[in-house]
Design a protein around this ligand. Structure first.
Ligand SMILES: Cc1ncc(COP(=O)(O)O)c(C=O)c1O
Length: 384
């Protein structure tokens, strides 16, 4: 039962009570009842499960344990969103006066959390260009605690040599946190390369149906125990129903990823040949050489040759929805400059290549010919 595909399906915590429910019930309760004060004591002694849903709920635990198992991590905790999970991971490690190194290609929300919020607590962010560096020497200071990077970056889909950067961070005694949202454990499991923490916006591929907002953080037990306390204290716990939906999504993760990655490869090949497209961003075979599964992800970004046609492109789409998220079973597009990367200054966007003509495509499970035909007709509108 230890192959990835099998594990995704058999995550259920369904208690085989009298009713013998095949799937896990939704524990839609804010609190749990006790038969007497003895049971309350047992809870605090760690001998009884649940007290209050903000502190813990079987659906939250099911999701967290499923992702911990798929990522091959010791422990996991779920959170109200990907951002809540990232916040918990950061605050587990960082204190006032600390310094964090983070890839300069980061999800805009993660950048905003560090630059606008954690900076108020004297936590200093230094953005580094991992594509142009070979070592962390010269960046690590006595107060540096952490290295943060995304496996496949948002939105330019850059893949850096993660095993190398984890080794570098270890050399300097830093904790590494990897945002594995775009790759998922189907493609790569950073813990196996020595990452301390792995974080997911479960809103994306884990949930897979654009109907849930959730986050999961997995990693070393001591770190996760502290992260759990932070989530409880900050009130960033996941609702039981959202946890249930995300856990249901896990069961089809491998199937969806297989199909979405295959479609994305066809779409990337089509875009590369199209005259209205200036550049196509999609990981190469050598980029993903350390992945456990040689597929290259299901996100494809591209820039239009004529930036002024960007409104026309989005208007011409007939059934692919413009929606500023990703990873659902339906193909969708987003425009990073006006949504996910809005928090960046024009200068930062130019420096990182996130231009006005950049389109981010989340490839779904439809027939690849239909996706390509839809894009072809919208791109045709950008030529004349
Ligand atoms: C790579 C990445 N990490 C984290 C997040 C934040 O997740 P959430 O929206 O679930 O808070 C996102 C959201 O788009 C993301 O793309």
């Amino acid at each position: 039962m230890d192959r990835f595909e099998t594990k995704t399906v058999h995550i259920s915590h369904a208690p085989l009570g009298e009713e013998r429910s095949k799937t896990t019930p939704i524990y839609q309760t804010s609190v749990f009842a006790f038969s007497g004060l003895e049971e309350v004591e047992q809870y605090y002694a760690g001998q009884r499960g649940y007290l209050y849903t903000r502190n813990g709920n079987p659906n939250q635990v099911e999701l967290a344990e499923a992702i911990a198992s798929l990522e091959e991590a010791e422990a996991g905790v779920s959170a109200a969103s990907g951002m809540a999970a990232i916040m918990a991971g950061l605050l587990t490690v960082l204190s006032p006066g600390d310094h964090i190194l983070a890839s300069d290609e980061l999800y805009g929300g993660t950048y905003a959390l560090l630059a606008k919020e954690l900076s108020r607590f004297q936590i200093e962010l230094e953005r580094i260009n991992l594509k142009q560096m070979t070592s962390l020497d010269g960046h690590v200071r006595p107060e540096t605690r952490m290295l943060l990077l995304e496996t496949i970056t948002n939105p330019l889909l850059t893949v850096v040599n993660m095993p190398h950067w984890i080794r570098e961070a270890k050399k300097h005694g830093l904790i590494t946190m990897i945002d594995n949202t775009f790759a998922t454990p189907y493609l790569v499991r950073p813990i196996l390369f020595g990452a301390d923490l792995v974080v997911h916006s479960a809103t994306k591929y884990i949930g897979g149906h654009s109907d849930v907002t959730a986050g999961v953080l997995v990693g070393r037990t001591d770190l996760i125990d502290r992260a759990r306390e932070i989530i409880v204290n900050y009130g960033a716990s996941l609702s039981p129903f959202e946890a249930w939906l995300a856990a249901r999504g896990v069961k089809t993760l491998a199937l969806r990823m297989e199909r979405q990655c295959e479609n994305a490869q066809q779409v990337a090949a089509f875009l590369r040949r199209h005259p209205a497209v200036r550049a196509t961003y999609y990981p190469s075979e050598s980029d993903v050489s350390f992945f456990h599964n040689p597929k290259r992800g299901a996100m494809v970004s591209f820039s239009l040759r004529d930036e002024s046609q960007v409104y026309s492109f989005y208007r011409s789409l007939k059934w692919i929805k413009l929606a500023p998220s990703l990873a659902g079973v339906e193909t969708s597009v987003s425009h990073p400059v006006t949504t996910s990367h809005r928090a960046l200054t024009e200068e930062q966007r130019q420096a990182s290549g996130i231009t006005r003509g950049l389109v981010r495509l989340s490839v779904g499970i439809e027939a690849d010919e239909d996706i390509i035909a839809e894009l072809a007709q919208a791109l045709a509108a950008c030529i004349d």
